[in-house]
Unconditional design. Structure first.
Length: 368
């Protein structure tokens, strides 16, 4: 490993203010507000998702110039937009959202999961549950959904007019090969496919889309401290406009691998910033921290597999985390009069972030 780019003492605590996100009763009952895993900003709109459902939520700012809260939630069910491989109400474990051109992208974790152990479980039951590993079909999807304007606000639609032509929502992984199939023979990632995500197995937790490039950040596996980002080139099947296929990225491969020195952390989210990618990094295992944001310089111009270290990556800032709570899971750029900020949403938010009205607090941090 190449050592640390900046010492902890030089990293500023950069929380500028907070935002209060308001959710409806159905989302609160589903636990979406306490399981936020992804966020993207679009003008006065925030797109957010939780990892316990198969939905994407749209929230609208109270003040488009200097928002203090987002409300007016509208829920879009993935099953209403694309044909999912599993039951319509089965969770998709949406771990990343991206907004590019006329489309919103969403990606499932593609991970397996192990049964959790509770304090009330006997020793025998705890051991049985820890031996149980399962997957869910809806986790294995990459989805591209058209965005159209309705009453002045962006909406997700199954079919819509984009750029003067009719387009449909499309999915990769609902039929035929999925990402896990493609990675089965990969010498780095393939051996970790049978392992649950929280045990350093395959776990997609971030997505960024720039032009035809789709970047998927992996929380796991992390190999000897190196994290992975996969680069894909999805396109719409000529014979089936609801299906995405993958064009070769380099030679005959359907993906390109980049490895990143993130101080031993895995990728929790990706966010484009010009030609750079901001990388939210945190522990791959079930640990609280540390949590950091790195800048991958020139990521969106990369023309070959990259080994990112030294000056290729700069450690921009540290984010707060709690003991058993406040796990930063999603970042998005927020353009404001005072400059560009980063909004951060948290899984398992601390009690202090929760309002009596069912709202939850996100942080706005300074960049640079």
């Amino acid at each position: 490993m190449q050592g640390r780019r900046r010492g902890r003492g030089t990293l500023r605590r950069v929380i500028a203010r907070t935002l209060r996100l308001h959710f409806d009763a159905a989302s609160r009952n589903a636990g979406t507000h306490v399981n936020l895993s992804a966020v993207r900003s679009e003008g006065r709109v925030l797109w957010v998702a939780g990892d316990e459902t198969a939905t994407v939520e749209r929230l609208v700012a109270d003040d488009p110039e200097a928002a203090t809260s987002f409300a007016g939630q509208v829920t879009f069910r993935l099953a209403d937009l694309v044909d999912l491989p599993g039951p319509a109400d089965e969770e998709a474990d949406v771990e990343g959202l991206a907004r590019s051109g006329d489309f919103l992208w969403a990606v499932g974790s593609h991970s397996l999961k192990r049964k959790p152990v509770k304090a009330s479980h006997s020793e025998a039951k705890a051991l049985r549950r820890l031996a149980q590993v399962a997957g869910q079909a809806n986790r294995q999807v990459l989805v591209r959904v058209p965005v159209v304007e309705v009453d002045g606000l962006p909406c997700l639609v199954r079919e819509g007019m984009v750029g003067g032509k009719s387009v449909a929502a499309a999915v990769f992984g609902a039929s035929g090969d999925d990402l896990r199939d493609l990675l089965a023979d990969d010498p780095h990632v393939g051996p970790f496919l049978p392992i649950p995500g929280k045990d350093n197995g395959l776990d997609v937790e971030g997505i960024a889309v720039v032009g035809e490039r789709v970047y998927l950040g992996l929380r796991g596996p992390v190999l000897r401290g190196w994290a992975f980002v996969l680069e894909l080139r999805p396109y719409v099947d000529d014979d089936d406009p609801t299906r995405l296929r993958l064009a070769p990225v380099a030679g005959s491969s359907a993906y390109r691998k980049h490895i990143l020195d993130l101080d031993g952390l895995g990728v929790r989210d990706l966010c484009p910033d010009g030609d750079d990618l901001l990388v939210l990094a945190g522990p791959t295992m079930d640990l609280d921290g540390p949590v950091r944001v790195f800048r991958w310089h020139g990521a969106c111009r990369a023309e070959a597999p990259s080994v990112l270290r030294g000056s290729d990556l700069t450690r921009e800032l540290d984010l707060p985390y709690g003991e058993g709570d406040d796990h930063a899971e999603g970042i998005a750029l927020l353009s404001e009069a005072g400059g560009t900020r980063l909004v951060v949403v948290y899984d398992s938010p601390a009690d202090a972030r929760l309002g009596a009205d069912g709202s939850v607090v996100a942080d706005v941090v300074r960049l640079g």
